[in-house]
Design a protein around this ligand. Structure first.
Ligand SMILES: Nc1ncnc2c1ncn2[C@@H]1O[C@H](COP(=O)(O)OP(=O)(O)O)[C@@H](O)[C@H]1O
Ligand SMILES: N[C@@H](CC(=O)OP(=O)(O)O)C(=O)O
Length: 465
């Protein structure tokens, strides 16, 4: 079988786990599979890189740079020593770690002196995580006797646009990737740094947080993989985040559309754009548990054989902000919504949910909390001749109830909102697409976890089906 296997940060957190991943990979290749591996950074490294870059861009602090780079160097060196048994291979990998860390240190000192951190620079800094993980994993696999070689996204042909922090592959990228990888399949195991690509001019880009899932599906589509396996720290896609609902159950099979709805709202469990490359070719995706490889996980396909549960899963996005623009002068004025959309688009603010009362007197928009200031300034520029009021709150989360079975089933929304009402949970905003695959709503941060559990219980998602 031709297989792309992506391993996320929690599966690569230390040398022991890296060795476990190397063993899984070597076994697959030794049984005759053509395998391409995609790695994320070691767990927590991307966040650490973002934090230190932002800190030193605000306050010049070479000591902090030194502390951060020493911590990262020690962690990766120790991981390599625990994962790679062959001394010669270990030596080569340690030299590479030293080289990368020197490059990182120089870049952070530059940011600190300039006092500036652009999206392009942040992409370069955050790329170090994956560019350190891949060589260590490749060394561990080779050390087990199955030859593996590390590549960056750019080196295999993952060429993207220049939308730093959220880049999109260019139309010819899949062809480039196929030209690079097809000749080596079965000869050795390519270990590709996920999450990162390169512009046509060779500048490093990133595909957005959680983007290694997307790297895996782009590569899977490029080489016409039989399956793509996303290895995580849970037994597949669950009926809710197990960290919120301890009795959340594994979903055996789910459709691409349901997974897309979940990923857009769940962000964490799957990257929101990762379904796009495989839908066209109908390549099955499996979400597997690295710590329980025998578990079948969740299979994502075009259409599951049967649709049993009405609701498949509940997912949340935290750290949102709700902005409402209102004014009597907006009533009946054509193009009000269009002007709001374009003002936000000009500031590169993504609208997660929108609701407009029939009176058109007010429009409410849900955005990522980090975009709140940009959203407010965009709305202030709208309808200059109309007296308007802009109010906002940044203590809200979004919750989505997802399931193909909801389409055409009357009463689902009623059950959702009466269950919340009975538990004194206030719903601040509601949105349901006409697809009926997703009922989404906004509740306060203080209510979100209770809201998930109440709905999860209402639809009996915790019980064995
Ligand atoms: N519906 C869900 N099913 C499974 N995991 C979920 C779900 N919603 C949120 N999560 C969270 O997503 C995490 C796995 O995603 P992620 O952090 O991307 O793993 P990795 O870093 O290994 O790719 C889980 O630890 C879990 O807390
Ligand atoms: N390391 C990147 C890319 C990624 O996909 O990570 P993970 O597989 O651990 O979610 C991030 O943290 O966004």
């Amino acid at each position: 079988m031709r297989l792309v296997m992506k391993f996320g940060g929690s599966s690569l957190a230390d040398g022991k786990r890296l060795l476990h991943v190397a063993e899984i990979t070597a076994q697959m290749q030794q049984r005759g599979d053509e395998v391409v591996v995609v790695t994320s950074a070691l767990g927590g490294v991307t966040d650490a890189l973002i934090n230190v870059a932002k800190k030193v861009s605000r306050v010049e602090d070479e000591l902090k740079i030194l502390e951060a780079t020493i911590r990262l160097r020690d962690r990766h060196t120790q991981a390599a020593r625990d994962a790679i048994s062959d001394p010669a291979i270990l030596n080569t990998v340690e030299d590479l770690i030293t080289l990368r860390m020197d490059e990182l240190e120089k870049a952070l000192i530059g940011i600190s002196h300039l006092g500036e951190l652009t999206d392009r620079t942040l992409d370069y800094i955050t790329s170090f995580g994956e560019r350190l993980a891949a060589p260590i994993l490749a060394g561990a696999i080779t050390s087990l006797g199955s030859e593996a070689r590390a590549f960056t996204g750019g080196e295999i042909g993952l060429i993207t646009d220049e939308n730093f922090q959220n880049a999109t592959p260019l139309s010819f990228a899949e062809r480039r990737i196929a030209d690079t990888l097809m000749p080596v399949l079965g000869r050795y195991i390519p270990v590709v740094s996920g999450f990162i690509g390169e512009t046509e001019r060779g500048v490093i880009t990133t595909l957005g947080r959680g983007g290694s899932d997307y790297s895996a599906t782009i590569i899977g589509s490029a080489i016409d993989a039989d399956e793509i396996w996303l290895w995580k720290d849970t037994s597949g896609i669950m009926t809710a985040d197990p960290k919120i609902v301890p009795d959340a159950r594994r979903i055996p099979v789910i459709s691409y559309i349901e997974a897309m709805e979940l990923s857009y709202f769940g962000a964490e469990v799957l990257h929101s754009r990762s379904m796009e490359p495989v839908i066209r070719k109908k390549i099955p995706i499996r979400v597997k548990n690295t710590f329980n490889p025998e578990d079948p996980g969740t299979l994502i396909v075009e259409k599951p054989e049967k649709v049993d549960e009405v609701v498949k899963a509940i997912t949340v996005i935290r750290d949102c902000a709700l902005v409402t623009i209102s004014g009597f002068g907006m009533i009946g004025v054509p193009g009000v919504a269009a002007e709001v959309f374009s003002a936000l688009a000009r500031k590169n603010v993504n609208i997660m949910m929108i609701s407009q009362g029939s009176s058109e007197r007010a429009i409410s928009i849900l955005v990522d909390g980090k975009d709140l200031k940009k959203a407010i300034s965009a709305l202030e520029s709208c309808f200059p001749s109309i007296k308007k009021e802009i109010v906002y709150r940044d203590d809200v989360s979004a919750l989505a109830v997802v399931g193909a079975g909801m389409a055409g089933t009357p009463g689902v929304a009623g059950r959702v909102f009466s269950a919340l009402g009975k538990n004194m949970i206030n719903v601040i905003m509601i949105s349901q697409g006409s697809s009926e695959y997703n009922i989404s709503m906004v509740v306060s941060d203080s209510d979100i976890e209770r809201a998930v559990r109440v709905i999860h219980d209402e639809f009996g998602l915790g019980e064995e089906g």
